[in-house]
Design a protein around this ligand. Structure first.
Ligand SMILES: C=CC1=C(C)c2cc3[nH]c(cc4nc(cc5[nH]c(cc1n2)c(C)c5CCC(=O)O)C(CCC(=O)O)=C4C)c(C)c3C=C
Ligand SMILES: [Fe+2]
Length: 494
C-alpha cells in the first residue's frame, strides 16, 4: 500500500513525499496541513500534537532541537525560516522553512507498513501458593536484586535457592492472606487492554504486550510474540514510575540481552520510557486519588499524608548511582505541589517499606516512622503507595494489614489508604500519550547494559565486597547457626 492511500482518514492532509529507506520500512511520510484545519499544542520540545480540526484526527510532529523552547511554546505563532527535521527511525528529512500555514509533519498512524507494539514491563507475581518458591528463586537469582561481585557470581544461583527456600513459608503466608496469589498478572493484563483502547481513541493502533521479570508471562515470551506479530516499531513502557536498577534496570538488561542475540530484534526501532514519575497526567491522577481519599476523614485538613515507597538497599543509591531516591523525592514534591494548587496543604512525609535481608535499606523505614508518628500524637493518617501502579502484596498485605495494625497500636486512630492507580482512566490516557510521544524517537536498542554492573564500583569498594562476599559464603556454607541467622534476616520485618 502506498503512503497516499494510507492517509485516507485525513482528507485535509496532503502528502508531500515518501522516502523508501530499505525494503522493510517506507518512511517517513511528510504532509502539509492547510492552516485553518490545524490546531497545534505543545506537549514537549520534541513532540507537537497536531489535530486536524475537520476530522479530529491526531498526529505527532517531531521537531529537531533547532526549534527552541520559546518557538515551541508560541505554537501557532511560529514563522519561518526555521529548519525542521522529521525523525523516524534512522532517517532525517530536512523540510526547510515553514510558516503557520504550511506544516510539514510526519505521520505515524498513516505509515501503513508500520506495526506498532507496546511492551509493558512489570515484576510479576506468583499465581498460586505453589508458585511462591520458584518465583522467589527467579527474583533472588537476578544479579540486579542480589548484587554479587563478578568473581562471586557462581554463588548467585545456590544463594537464590537457599534464600527462596527459607523465605517461601513467610511469603506464602502473605500471599495466602490476599487470596492465594498475586493480583499482578490480572491487573497488568487489564492495564494492557485499557492502554490499547486509549491508544485507539487517540488514533494509534498498537498491540500491547505484557512482559514480567520473574513470573508468567515472562518478558522472553512477550518478545517471541512481538516477533511472531511482525512488529516494526516498539515502545517499552516499564510500569514503574521511578527508575531503579532493581526494577526497570533489571528488565531492560534482559531485553538488551535478548535483542542483542537476535537479527530481527537488533534492528527493530525501540523507544524505552525509562521513568515517567514527572508526567503531568500521572501526578494529577495521584493527586486525584489523594484528594478523594482525604474526603473520607472527618477532619481532612488534619490528616498526615504518608507516602510509602518500596525501599532499595542504600548501596544501590550511594555506590551504584541508582536515581530511585532522587526521583522518588521529586515525585512526592510534584504531587504535593499539585495538591497545594488545589488548596490542600496537609503535612506529608515519605518513608520506605519492604526491606529484605541483612543490609541497610533507604531510610526512614515505614514501620519505624508509623510508631514515631503515633507517639508524637498524630491521630489521622493517609497511606499513599507510590512506587507501583497496581495493587500487589505490599499494598494489600503489608500496608493494609501489617502497617495498619502497627499504626493503630501506636496511637493513630483514623487510618486510610489511597488505592493503586490500576486502570484509572486519566492515568491510562496519560500512558497512551507517553507512548505516542515516544514513538518517533525509536531506534535500535543500545547493546550496552543499562544497569550498573556490580563490578562498576571503585576498586576499594570492590575489594571490600570481595572480602565480605567470601566471608559470607564461607560462613553460610560451614556454619548451620549462621545459616539460620541469615535465614531469619531474609524475612520482611517487622
Ligand atoms: C518499585 C518497586 C520495587 C522495588 C524498587 C523493588 C526492589 C526490591 N524488591 C526485593 C524483594 C522482593 N520484592 C518482592 C515483591 C515485590 N516487589 C515489588 C516492587 C519492587 N521491588 C512488587 C510490586 C512486589 C510484589 C509482587 C506481587 O506478587 O504482588 C518480593 C516477594 C514478596 C515477599 O516475599 O514478601 C521480594 C522478596 C528486593 C530485594 C529489592 C531490591 C533490591
Ligand atoms: Fe520488591
Amino acid at each position: 500500500m502506498d503512503a497516499t492511500s494510507s492517509s485516507g482518514a485525513l482528507s485535509n492532509v496532503k502528502l508531500l513525499s515518501s522516502n523508501k529507506l530499505n525494503s522493510d520500512h517506507r518512511v517517513p511520510t511528510l504532509f502539509s496541513l492547510p492552516k485553518p484545519l490545524v490546531s497545534l499544542s505543545c506537549k514537549s520540545y520534541r513532540n507537537l500534537q497536531v489535530r486536524d480540526k475537520s476530522t479530529s484526527q491526531g498526529l505527532v510532529v517531531s521537531c529537531s532541537s533547532s526549534i527552541s523552547h520559546r518557538d515551541v511554546m508560541q505554537g501557532l505563532h511560529l514563522s519561518g525560516p526555521i529548519e525542521k527535521r522529521s525523525r523516524l527511525g534512522q532517517a532525517f528529512c530536512s523540510v526547510g522553512s515553514f510558516t503557520c500555514g504550511e506544516y510539514a509533519l510526519e505521520s505515524r498512524s498513516q505509515a501503513a507498513e508500520e506495526k506498532v507494539g507496546v511492551l509493558l514491563l512489570n515484576l510479576g507475581g506468583p499465581d498460586t501458593l505453589d508458585d511462591v518458591q520458584p518465583f522467589l528463586y527467579n527474583l533472588f537469582a537476578d544479579p540486579d536484586i542480589i548484587r554479587l561481585p563478578r568473581l562471586f557470581r557462581f554463588l548467585q544461583e545456590p544463594l537464590a535457592k537457599l534464600i527462596s527456600t527459607f523465605r517461601a513459608p513467610k511469603s506464602k503466608e502473605g500471599y495466602a492472606s490476599i487470596g492465594g496469589g498475586s493480583p499482578l498478572r490480572k491487573i497488568t493484563d487489564e492495564q494492557a487492554q485499557a492502554l490499547k483502547m486509549a491508544l485507539e481513541e487517540k488514533n494509534t493502533s498498537a498491540n500491547v504486550y505484557v512482559g514480567m521479570r520473574y513470573w508468567y508471562p515472562f518478558t522472553e515470551e512477550a518478545i517471541q510474540q512481538i516477533k511472531r506479530d511482525g512488529i516494526t516499531r516498539l515502545v517499552v513502557l516499564p510500569l514503574y514510575p521511578q527508575y531503579s536498577i532493581s526494577t526497570t534496570g533489571s528488565s531492560i538488561r534482559v531485553l538488551q540481552k535478548i535483542f542483542r542475540e537476535d537479527a530481527y530484534l537488533s534492528k527493530l526501532p525501540v523507544s524505552v520510557i525509562k521513568s515517567w514519575y514527572q508526567r503531568e497526567g500521572y501526578i494529577k491522577s495521584m493527586a486525584d486519588l489523594v484528594q478523594a481519599e482525604l474526603k473520607n476523614f472527618i477532619n481532612p485538613q488534619e490528616v498526615m499524608i504518608f507516602f510509602s515507597a518500596h525501599g532499595v538497599p542504600v548501596s544501590y543509591v550511594e555506590n551504584a548511582g541508582d536515581p530511585y531516591k532522587d526521583q522518588m523525592e521529586e515525585c512526592i514534591y510534584l504531587i504535593m505541589q499539585e495538591l497545594k494548587a488545589r488548596g490542600i496543604g496537609n503535612e506529608h512525609t515519605l518513608a520506605y517499606q519492604s526491606r529484605v535481608g541483612p543490609v541497610q535499606w533507604l531510610k526512614p523505614y515505614t514501620d519505624e516512622v508509623l510508631v514515631e508518628l503515633g507517639q508524637k500524637g498524630i491521630k489521622s493518617l493517609l497511606a499513599v503507595p507510590v512506587s507501583f501502579v497496581s495493587e500487589h502484596i505490599e499494598t494489600l498485605e503489608e500496608i493494609d494489614m501489617e502497617y495498619k495494625h502497627l499504626a493503630l497500636e501506636s496511637g493513630i486512630e483514623n487510618w486510610g489508604r489511597v488505592p493503586a492507580l490500576n486502570c484509572k482512566s486519566s492515568f491510562i490516557l496519560d500512558l497512551a500519550d507517553a507512548v505516542i510521544e515516544a514513538l518517533p524517537s525509536a531506534t535500535a536498542l543500545s547493546p550496552h547494559a543499562s544497569s550498573t554492573d556490580a563490578d562498576d564500583c571503585d576498586p576499594f569498594q570492590y575489594a571490600i565486597k570481595l572480602l565480605f562476599g567470601s566471608v559470607l559464603a564461607i560462613i553460610l556454607l560451614l556454619s548451620p547457626k549462621a545459616f539460620l541467622a541469615f535465614r531469619n534476616n531474609f524475612i520482611y520485618r517487622p
